[in-house]
Design a protein around this ligand. Structure first.
Ligand code: NAD
Length: 331
């Protein structure tokens, strides 16, 4: 594709793609009402990445490849994140996972392992605790600044208001809506003549960013936490260690996870969960693979948009369609 494109053609197409992707992102991130399927968005995004890779001078600061998320919703206070809440780079094939592993192996001179986690299709959130007490919840927003959704998040029963130890920390994770709650919500909305949500991800995002906490409380959201960017008075040295500590503290993590030393084993995990996907009570759209040791993560570092030590393998599109139909038919 991108190989045959001249510089002038590329420049025109890059402008078109940025405009298009910005419009779709606004619908998705700000309105919580996507107008195209994710697979289509991902295809256009990839086309932009390829053109920017071929002609790096065409990379604009406001390109979606250089930014996380979208604009913030009015009505919530804005909060600056202590450290950016980034996105993840994607892989769509076994070969791309192997290329990721080759990059890691080249950059590291010590042994490493991978923590494999399910990629929850929800909304990223940061939770702050001071001396064990829940203080604040903020959405990812544009990665640098998010929306203060503390009052709404307090209504989610799986989020503890007190930790089992009086620690000061920040935990990040994904708020999601279980499949059964999503189906029930849409059925109710249909009966009321209200617009239905496109998928559980948009339903979760719309619910957490609703100005009435009673609405949030009535919609049965849940959470899986997956990182501890700040931790005082204790130390962990790996991603698996952070997940285990969160379990001990009463912060809910997803038990469907495993650590592997080879990318071949990682691929088996990907295939296993691709098969189990429709049986899970929540939506996942892939598998997140993270270099496990924090020292190795530090060595690998970050791009403007994502950690270099992690990658999200995205399940294929036809799987997604089958899955959605399964959900609808199982009502
Ligand atoms: P992403 O959803 O592909 O990946 C990053 C996010 O994964 C993180 O921010 C985090 O919230 C989440 N995540 C879930 N489980 C995780 C785990 N175990 N560990 C770490 N992170 C985990 O990236 P994005 O930047 O949030 O959004 C891009 C996605 O949004 C694409 O899938 C795209 O298709 C979709 N999108 C769709 C439209 C549309 O119009 N349909 C528009 C914009 C974006």
């Amino acid at each position: 594709m991108a190989e045959d494109v001249s510089f002038d053609q590329a420049r025109k197409r890059v402008d078109e793609l940025i405009l298009l992707l910005d419009q779709y992102s606004h619908q998705y991130y700000v309105m919580d009402q996507p107008t195209i399927p994710d697979e289509e968005y991902d295809r256009l995004y990839r086309e932009l990445v390829e053109l920017e890779e071929k002609y790096p001078t065409l990379v604009q600061n406001d390109s979606p490849t250089q930014r996380v998320g979208g604009a913030l919703l009015e009505g919530f206070s804005k909060v600056q994140h202590d450290t950016p809440m980034l996105s993840l780079d994607n892989a769509f094939s076994k070969e791309e996972l192997q290329e990721f592993d080759q990059r890691i192996s080249k950059a590291l001179d010590s042994a490493y392992a991978y923590q494999c986690e399910l990629k929850m299709d929800g909304l990223a959130v940061s939770l702050k605790y001071e001396e064990g007490k829940f203080k604040q919840a903020v959405t990812r927003g544009n990665g640098t600044e998010g929306e203060d959704v503390t009052t709404n998040v307090k209504t989610i029963r799986s989020i503890p208001l007190n930790l089992k130890e009086p620690l000061t920390l920040e935990a990040r994770g994904e708020i999601y809506m279980p499949k059964t709650s999503f189906i029930a919500l849409n059925q109710k909305r249909e009966e009321q003549g209200a617009a239905v949500f496109a998928n559980p991800r948009n339903a979760a995002a719309g619910t957490i960013r609703n100005l009435d906490p009673k609405v949030t409380a009535s919609r049965n959201l849940s959470v899986f936490l997956y990182s501890l960017p700040r931790l005082e008075g204790k130390a962990v040295d790996s991603q698996s260690g952070a997940l285990n500590l969160m379990d001990e503290l009463g912060l809910k993590t997803n038990p469907e996870r495993r650590v592997y030393e080879s990318i071949e084993d990682v691929w088996d995990f990907v295939e296993e969960y691709q098969n189990k996907r429709s049986d899970l009570p929540y939506e996942i759209d892939g598998i997140v693979i993270k270099v496990n040791e924090l020292t190795n993560q530090e060595k690998l570092g970050y791009t403007v948009k994502a950690p270099k030590w992690a990658i999200a393998y995205k399940f294929p599109a036809e799987e997604a369609e089958t899955r959605l139909q399964t959900v609808e038919w199982s009502v």
